[in-house]
Design a protein around this ligand. Sequence first.
Ligand SMILES: Nc1ncnc2c1ncn2[C@@H]1O[C@H](COP(=O)(O)OP(=O)(O)O)[C@@H](O)[C@H]1O
Ligand SMILES: O=c1ccn([C@@H]2O[C@H](COP(=O)(O)OP(=O)(O)O)[C@@H](O)[C@H]2O)c(=O)[nH]1
Ligand SMILES: [Mg+2]
Length: 239
Amino acid sequence: MWKRATATLKSSLSLHITNEGSKYNAFHCHRFISGSPLHFQEMNGICPKHVDSVITFVLGPGSGKGTQCARIVETFGFKHLSAGDLLRKEVVSATEYGTMILDTIREGKIVPSAVTVKLILREMESSDNHKFLIDGFPRSEENRIAFERITGSEPDFVLFFDCPEEEMVKRVLSRNQGRIDDNIDTIKKRLKVFEALNLPVVDHYERRGKLHRINAVGTEDEIFEQVRPVFAACEQTAA
Ligand SMILES: Nc1ncnc2c1ncn2[C@@H]1O[C@H](COP(=O)(O)OP(=O)(O)O)[C@@H](O)[C@H]1O
Ligand SMILES: O=c1ccn([C@@H]2O[C@H](COP(=O)(O)OP(=O)(O)O)[C@@H](O)[C@H]2O)c(=O)[nH]1
Ligand SMILES: [Mg+2]
């Protein structure tokens, strides 16, 4: 299972990102992000299927998923890509999207797929790893469809950290990382967005048989003991 869908990740991503104009329809943003000339194109399903990358989505806002991703990296050697961290980096670097991203995060809304997918793909492209944990993305069906269309592939599996609202609020309010969205007003908005837009993604992957629902309540160790077998099973399949 490790060796799946992405033979030409690097070459196809370069194609997605650099072919300007030409036969492809332009995606929404022909812009520079963090100073790189990444001209993003919608591929209308014509991109080659990625064949040897492992892609895992990790979902569940404020659930401790970032904490568990660090354990997965340590134990199973994945490359961790937090969509939220990539977006916050754009804000700090004050790129042309910085203000829009900051406003969107403050409102607990979702940054347009064109921006987020571009940031994720750029990180994937520059990594030598072929096993990716994509944390906090996709946050909407629109995000999911954009990613799947552009990469030409679906994730191998999806982890959903299922956390009761009350626990999520408690964790986020005590996170203490100075995040602009870790306040009760934004958290309420994020919870609404979660129900309206994130949950349909969870449901989609459940229907596809790709979802691993993890009970996010417990100690970090207890939760990792639910996560471990998911990755161990995939490693075995690959051996
Ligand atoms: N199992 C756990 N029990 C209690 N608190 C936790 C647990 N896992 C993580 N946390 C804490 O909850 C907060 C949110 O965790 P984080 O990993 O940032 O979540 P996410 O990436 O899902 O928003 C952090 O302060 C973290 O230390
Ligand atoms: O694909 C993404 C990931 C994050 N965000 C924004 O960034 C915020 C923080 O996301 P992150 O995943 O860091 O937060 P977490 O859910 O882990 O607390 C979200 O509420 C969104 O406003 C987004 O728009 N698209
Ligand atoms: Mg996080």
